[in-house]
Design a protein around this ligand. Structure first.
Ligand code: PDD
Length: 280
């Protein structure tokens, strides 16, 4: 049975309980993080904790723990639970209170951390995607637990036989239902710039950083629907799936329909970085 952390205690996940009046349950009033861990060590932990604190601040909550105590909780779960590679899931809600929309001040937040094994995956295996209008709200930069829009969009993709939905708002790509999007167009690598309409992905930002001084430097610039549809390569990035090449978009092959040269180079660079950060 997997161990979790809930409000200061470690206990088996099956025994963890919260009140039905938790504002996360009633309103989706909370934020979360998904942190990959390779060889039982969190990857890009500082960036994930910074984003967690930014999400909390965006909904008017204070940081819950400092980096040291977070790291101790994560280490205990990662060393106890199954899997050399795992994903940590952190969820913080505003806490428990009678159901009124306006958040009462000074509630004790509900803090949950759990982890699950991360299956080994072939990152060079192409996936398929479909496009969909981005009908979500306008604060997609907050990693909110209110994910109904993302859930419905992913359901649409799955029902269409695809892995991911790539979202379009006003003729431009924002992101995937649970990933960021990169395209190679006319030999140049692009990803949409940070804005309130997409999540600042930790994997996305790492790729931008790793490629900055290379021939594959990423241009953080708008990606139009037309660029997406005529792209030589499309890939998705996220903490769970890392980097995934898209071979088919809306039933048509992307570029030559396989895994592109730029993807292969970038994947090699990313994997090299993963190895070197484990050795540190
Ligand atoms: N999702 N955009 C959205 C809407 C996401 O949900 C995610 C990740 C990303 C990629 O961000 P990162 O590289 O920091 O994982 C972009 C996680 C994995 C999830 O909800 O399970």
């Amino acid at each position: 049975m997997s161990l979790c952390y809930l409000n200061g205690s470690f206990l088996p996940l099956a025994e963890a309980q919260i009140s039905v009046l938790d504002r996360g349950f009633i309103f989706g009033d909370g934020v979360y993080e998904v942190i990959p861990a390779f060889g039982r060590r969190p990857f890009r932990l500082d960036a994930h904790l910074r984003r967690l604190d930014r999400s909390l601040s965006a909904i008017g909550m204070r940081p819950v723990l400092a980096a040291g105590p977070w790291a101790e909780i994560f280490a205990r779960l990662l060393n106890t639970n199954e899997g050399e590679d795992q994903t940590l899931y952190v969820q913080i809600t505003r806490g428990v209170a009678p159901r009124v929309h306006a958040p009462p001040p000074n509630l004790a937040p509900t803090v949950l951390v759990m982890s699950s094994p991360l299956p080994r995956q072939d990152l060079a295996q192409a996936v398929s995607a479909v496009t969909h209008e981005d009908f979500r709200w306008q604060r997609c930069d907050i990693k909110s637990i209110s994910l109904l829009g993302n859930v419905l969009l992913r359901q649409f993709a799955v029902e269409a036989g695809a892995h991911e939905a790539i979202l379009l708002r006003d003729g431009q790509v924002t992101e995937g239902a649970s990933s960021n999007v990169f395209v190679v167009h006319d030999g140049q690598l692009y990803t949409p710039p940070h804005s309130q309409l997409l999540l600042p992905g930790v994997t996305r930002d790492l790729l931008v950083e790793l490629l900055a001084d290379t021939d594959d430097a990423v241009r953080e610039a708008p990606v139009t629907e037309q660029m997406l549809r005529s792209a030589e390569e499309i890939w998705l990035s996220s903490s769970g799936r890392e980097l995934a090449p898209v071979g088919i978009l809306d039933g048509r092959p992307v570029g030559a329909g396989g895994v592109g040269d730029v993807y292969r180079r970038v994947l090699a660079r990313y994997q090299q970085f993963k190895v070197s950060s484990r050795e540190r």
